[in-house]
Structure formats: structure tokens, C-alpha cells
Ligand binder design. Structure first.
Ligand SMILES: [Zn+2]
Length: 439
């Protein structure tokens, strides 16, 4: 671990922010540093670039007939934000009370180093074939990843895919992320009038576009706050303890405000749809005239069940909006963006071996299955490209990591368990009987 830690610190000192406005030479440097780390483990390494940031691919063949495992992480990081918000230097790893602080140290340089550590534990001779894929643009939505997977997919094919960029449930309790919600984003326009007219002359007899829009938006939830669009998928989430006070504290819910929806909080966050109005075009309060506004327009962000097909959810939402047009107003809906969720088939021999490896690394504590309310674009990309592989979404983060925020940190003792679990996983997968790896 001391060697793994010092390599992690060196990697973290490279400020590899992939966002356009930052110096991209650092991203190139971090790709080269990752390539060197993989080469030192005996891997055949190349840097792949398909119109985006550089990704690093390393390969080490396993024994004849052994399964192949693909290990994913990303070497780019989020912008560090305002230096004044940090308690330690932003890119100089600093240890305080068992945690190591710096931008990117957990998300996801520790993911990179967990893969390196697992290889080191096997002294360059893992019992399975190993391909390491370290992406360079996860933090800017993995735009060229589908192209990379399409053009280089054959060299990335594997029986099991470990995507190390999520989190554990809490300190001492490991987790596998088995569901992610998908996304449908639309713009809805409500037209009441051909042009704006004086509110004193016509108000009272004809509707305005903004009031009509407000009434339409009000139909999207029932009185309890559940999404009211008929036909959307929904299910129960894993039975984990997530009390209201934790939800209130983590979300910043204002005093006296009730949570919305019904069912367990985790099902509301992970396996039920959600609907949010994220923008409205309207005259500003400061510049408002005494006018009936002809058209109201809003952007809606709908999170959908992990197994819901985005196109189906979009049609259901469109129908709901059209069917609920107030006062015969003209409603038009356009799709702005969509992305599938992810629902792992979290069973079979590979998942069993993964759970056993986690249990061993955490001194007998079983891993729990967790969901994530948002989508992680690259997970869906891998699931789509490799439908037959067992996909294991693991991670080094914990509830106090603060990925993307100031004072991001890595819990060192948990990181050691993550490295151990991954080394044990390779060993266990190598021991699976031939033909027992069907994902
Ligand atoms: Zn990440």
C-alpha cells in the first residue's frame, strides 16, 4: 500500500481537468502517467484518442482458457472550483484524520490505482486476462466513448467489466451499484394567443400562456408529490436504512418543507420516476408589462426507472402533456435529451464471486446493492456495447467523499479494502470453472 499511495499522490498532482477552458496538456500528461503505471505491471499499452481526450488501454493476457476482465476508471477530474473553499492545497494530497484530500484523489484517480494495485498483488501474473481502460473525459460526459467502444471494442471485450467510479454505502459497508435511473428531458410550449394583448382589455375572457403553462405543470404530480404521468415504470428499491433526517440534511430541505412522493425514500430516489421543472421562459418580474403573455415555455427533466426505455417514457410524457392541455390551449412537446438507465442482472457466478471478494476484504461484511438516482453515461455505453458481460459498478467513494466539490477526499483504510477486494476478485474469477463465466 505505501507504493500504491505514493503513486496515487503523484497521479493526483497532475491537474487533469478535462473541461475545455483548462489546459489540456495536463490531461495528456496524466494519460502518459497512467500508461507508465500500466507498462510497469507488464501490460501492453496504447493511448487511444477518437476526437476527444486521450484514453489509456492496457492488456495483460491470462492463462490459457481463463476469463478476461475489463477494469475501467477515468484519469480526468472535475475543475477544482474556488481555491478559497479548500482547506488544503487543491492538487497537493494532504492527510487529515485518515483521509487524503485533493481534487480527483477519489474521483477517480483512486479508481485507477485500485486497478494497478490489483495487478501488483498478482505480481504481473494475474489468474485472468486483464484489460485496463482508463478514460480521459468522464467528467465531460464521455462524448467520444461510444466511438472508442465501436472502433476498439474488440480489444476491450471481456467476461466481466469492473467500472470503478461509484461509491460504497458507508465506511465499513461495501456496495455494488446495480441500478441507475435514466433521463428524458423535454421542452413543452403552451400557446394561448396569436399575440400578446392588454391584460385589462381581455383578461377575464381569454387565457394567457403562462397561467395555462402553470396549470399544465401542476398536473405532473399528484397531491402527494408522486409523478402523475400514467404508465411509467416504478419499483421498490433495496431495503436499506435511509431515514428522513439524513435526507433532509443531505438535500438541504428547508425547515417545515415535507419530502414529496410515497414509498421508501430510496425508492423515490432510485427506482421511481421524478419530474423537475428546470427552466421557464417568461417575462422577468422587473420587466413585466400588463400583458397576457401569448406563449409559455418550460424545460422538464424527468428521471426514469432503471429499466425504462427512454423513448417509451417520452411518448407517455408527451401524451400526458397533450391530454392535459388547459382550456384547449395548443401544447407542443419536443425532446431535448434522453439517456437510458442501467439495471444490472446482479446474479450469476461473477456477481457471486464479487460479493465473496468484497465480504473477504471487509472482514465478513456483505456488500449491499445500491442505486444511483442520476445516470452515469459510460455505464450505459458499456452495457449497450457488451450485452453479454457481467457489469460490476464498484467504487472508492463514501458518503463523505465530496466528489466534484471542494475538499474532496479519500478514506485511506477503505481504499485499502477496495484494492484488496479487487485483487481477490481477480483470483476468484480465475478459479471459476471453464464455461462458468456466462454473465
Ligand atoms: Zn468519476
Amino acid at each position: 500500500m505505501p507504493g500504491v499511495r505514493s503513486d496515487l499522490e503523484a497521479l493526483t498532482r497532475i491537474p487533469s481537468v478535462s473541461l475545455d477552458s483548462f489546459d489540456q496538456r495536463h490531461v495528456d500528461d496524466s494519460a502518459r502517467a497512467v500508461a507508465d503505471l500500466l507498462r510497469a505491471e507488464g501490460m501492453e499499452v496504447r493511448i487511444v484518442q477518437e476526437g476527444g481526450r486521450p484514453a489509456v488501454v492496457g492488456h495483460l493476457p491470462g492463462p490459457e482458457g481463463a476469463p478476461t476482465v475489463l477494469l475501467y476508471a477515468h484519469h480526468d477530474v472535475q475543475p477544482p472550483g474556488d481555491e478559497a473553499d479548500w482547506n488544503t492545497p487543491m492538487f497537493e494530497p494532504t492527510e487529515i484524520d485518515g483521509r487524503l484530500y485533493a481534487r480527483g484523489i477519489a474521483d477517480d484517480k483512486a479508481g485507477v490505482m485500485a486497478h494497478v494495485a490489483a495487478l501488483r498483488a498478482h505480481g504481473g501474473k494475474p489468474p485472468v486476462g486483464v484489460t485496463v481502460f482508463v478514460e480521459g473525459e468522464e467528467e465531460i460526459a464521455s462524448e467520444s466513448l461510444p466511438t472508442i467502444l465501436e472502433r476498439h471494442g474488440d480489444s476491450l471485450r471481456a467476461d466481466a467489466i469492473v467500472l470503478a467510479d461509484s461509491q460504497n454505502w458507508k465506511i465499513g459497508v461495501p456496495a455494488l451499484t446495480t441500478t441507475l435511473r435514466g433521463l428524458v428531458r423535454v421542452v413543452v410550449e403552451v400557446k394561448a394567443l396569436e399575440h400578446g394583448v392588454h391584460s385589462g382589455m381581455f383578461g377575464g375572457a381569454v387565457p394567457d400562456g403562462l397561467t395555462a403553462l402553470a396549470r399544465l405543470l401542476a398536473t405532473l404530480h399528484d397531491d402527494e408529490g408522486n409523478v402523475a404521468v400514467a404508465g411509467l415504470k416504478s419499483s421498490e428499491a433495496a431495503d436499506l436504512d435511509y431515514p428522513e433526517e439524513v435526507l433532509r440534511a443531505e438535500s438541504g430541505l428547508a425547515e417545515g418543507v415535507q419530502p414529496i412522493g410515497s414509498g421508501s425514500f430510496l425508492s423515490r430516489l432510485w427506482t421511481k420516476p421524478s419530474m423537475t421543472v428546470i427552466g421557464i421562459d417568461a417575462p422577468s418580474v422587473a420587466k413585466a408589462a400588463n400583458l397576457l403573455t401569448p406563449v409559455g415555455r418550460a424545460k422538464l427533466s424527468m428521471r426514469i426507472h432503471p429499466a425504462e426505455v427512454p423513448g417509451t417514457a417520452y411518448e407517455l410524457l408527451k401524451k400526458h402533456l397533450e391530454d392535459n392541455a388547459p382550456w384547449g390551449c395548443q401544447v407542443s412537446v419536443t425532446l431535448d435529451d434522453e439517456g437510458p438507465g442501467f439495471a444490472a442482472d446482479a446474479q450469476g457466478p461473477i456477481y457471486e464471486e464479487a460479493r465473496a471478494a468484497f465480504r473477504d476484504a471487509w472482514d465478513g461484511t456483505d456488500p449491499v446493492d445500491i442505486g444511483v438516482g442520476g445516470s452515469i453515461p459510460f455505464v450505459a455505453s458499456f452495457a449497450e456495447r457488451f450485452p453479454d458481460a457481467a457489469i460490476l459498478v464498484t467504487g472508492v467513494e463514501d458518503p463523505d467523499t465530496r466528489a466534484h466539490a471542494a475538499n474532496e477526499s479519500l478514506h485511506l483504510a477503505e481504499f485499502e479494502r477496495v484494492c484488496l477486494a479487487e485483487a481477490l476478485l481477480l483470483e476468484r474469477l480465475g478459479a471459476l470453472p471453464t464455461g462458468g463465466t456466462d454473465g
